[in-house]
Write a protein that binds this ligand. Structure first.
Ligand SMILES: [Zn+2]
Length: 478
């Protein structure tokens, strides 16, 4: 059996998860479920980036010990995945013992390759990004592009550095030849543009003092902790046994797809492969980069007060309704916008009407005529079904979730038209054949929905089995 290893990014746990985290979980889940459905041996990993300095600062502000703070927030991310119906096989915590020793192993491998050295450093640091910036990367006001309005800290200290510059040529080649494939193409070009400038070596540790004694200790130097990105990226490996269970690690690594947001593309397309090259370890195959979610056209932020709580939406509309919105309305690899109105419009039009309505109609016909799902489908709907399946397969292999769902909804429309044309509620010679075709295609629709809307998929298949319909998505009154 072929193995397939998918990861979501490893979120900071300095606050509760928001709707953007839900988007990423769901995308990674669809990819993994799609491969599971094909019969592959699949593993989906996520985890929590517990060791970031901004977790420490957020904990201080909340007046809670940092251990407790990251434990509680990390748990919320795990619970969000569960509430969304995301099938996580592993949720690896940055605080776990095996993660610490695993990251130290990665460090040792890079050090033995001659790629880690000690030097002093002064630079402009953004705590929000946990990264040093050079002037050319800042916005016109001299601020972090991800955190405009926040002051950068001038930091000078003696750190360990990673010889990133040594890997510049190799990285360009890997990206150009798609050996590390970046999807979409626009992000790949962005990374290649970044690699056209001379690469600076990067700091990969900080003093205990600045790290507030939090994070993974540097091997053989009690005064330093690993810089958060060095260990956070390694969660992808520590979670599958790197340094603790070599058999398991060899089975799963390298990752087949890593799903990330655009803001951390550089860490995954440049730093991460460089660490792995240095350590002599295989590289992930594909980076799939999604965009950001805005709320009514504005960036989600605490200060604006427009942070959308995914738990609330799940409670109100159900996990599958939220999954559908995120996958259909938000372009898979670009920015997208959420509003309550857009959500409810999609819900009523596509779920309550489209899918819900077709299911109810077909089940009513099946119940009345006491029919069972047939073994095959006639030509009339059969060719539409084959076309939809091909499109779905193609779109999903390119991570085009919205377009893949579009193919299913086109099929729903074709079924609706078929019903209008054939009027199977009236007795006729072909009445039974028409209902049988519809039942067959509806079951296939249920099957095709499995990676996207797992619970709804099960309900459709179960209803067809028992021959009893019940409402899938009750209409929202406006
Ligand atoms: Zn920043």
């Amino acid at each position: 059996m072929e193995k397939f290893y998918v990861t979501s990014a490893i979120p900071y746990v300095n606050a509760r998860p928001h709707l953007g985290h839900a988007l990423e979980f769901v995308q990674a889940d669809v990819i993994s479920r799609f491969h599971r459905q094909k019969g592959e041996d699949v593993l989906l990993l996520s985890g929590s980036d517990d060791n970031a300095l901004k977790n420490v600062q957020a904990a201080e502000q909340a007046g809670v010990p940092v251990e407790q703070f990251v434990e509680e927030n990390g748990q919320l991310f795990f619970e969000l995945a569960q509430a969304l119906g995301v099938h996580l096989d592993i949720f690896q915590r940055g605080t776990s013992k095996e993660h610490h020793s695993s990251s130290q192993k990665l460090w040792e491998l890079c050090r033995k390759a001659g790629d880690i050295y000690k030097d002093s450093y002064e630079g402009l640091y953004c705590v929000g990004c946990e990264v040093f910036y050079v002037r050319g990367e800042l916005n016109e006001k001299g601020e972090c592009p991800e955190h405009p309005g926040k002051k950068l800290e001038k930091v000078s200290e003696e750190n360990y550095f990673f010889r990133l510059s040594k890997y510049q040529k190799q990285l360009v080649e890997l990206l150009e030849k798609d050996e590390l494939r970046i999807i979409p193409e626009s992000r790949k070009n962005e990374m290649l543009a970044f690699l056209r400038e001379p690469l600076q070596d990067i700091s990969i540790s900080r003093s205990n003092e600045r790290a507030r004694n939090w994070g993974v200790p540097v091997p053989e130097d009690e005064g330093q902790r690993m810089y958060v990105w060095f260990d956070a990226l390694n969660i992808y490996q520590s979670g599958i046994g790197f340094g603790s269970d070599e058999g398991k690690y060899k089975k799963w690594w390298p990752a087949d797809v890593q799903v990330i947001g655009k803001g951390i593309a550089r860490f995954h397309a440049v730093y991460w492969p460089a660490f792995l090259l240095s350590a002599g370890l295989p590289l992930p195959k594909v980076l799939f980069v999604h965009g950001y979610l805005t709320v009514e056209g504005k960036k989600m932020s605490k200060s604006v007060g427009n942070v959308v709580d995914p738990f609330e939406l799940i409670e109100r509309y159900g996990a599958d309704a939220l999954r559908y919105f995120l996958l259909r309305e938000i372009p898979a690899s670009e920015d997208g916008d959420y509003s309550r109105e857009k959500f409810e419009t999609r819900y009523n039009a596509d779920l309550a009407s489209g899918l819900g309505n077709l299911t109810a109609r077909v089940l009513t016909l099946a119940e009345k005529n006491k029919m069972k799902v047939p073994k095959r489908v006639g030509d009339r709907l059969g060719s539409a079904l084959r076309g939809a399946k091909e499109k779905l397969e193609q779109d999903l292999s390119e991570f085009q979730f919205g377009s893949a769902l579009g193919a299913i909804w086109e099929l729903i429309t074709i079924c609706d038209r078929y019903i209008e044309a054939k009027k199977p509620w009236e007795e006729s010679e072909e009445q039974e054949e028409v209902i049988a075709d519809l039942m067959f295609v509806l079951r296939e629709i249920g099957d095709m929905l499995k990676p996207f809307l797992p619970e709804t998929s099960e309900r459709i298949v179960a209803q067809l089995k028992t021959g009893k319909g019940e409402s899938l998505f009750p209409r929202i009154a406006s």
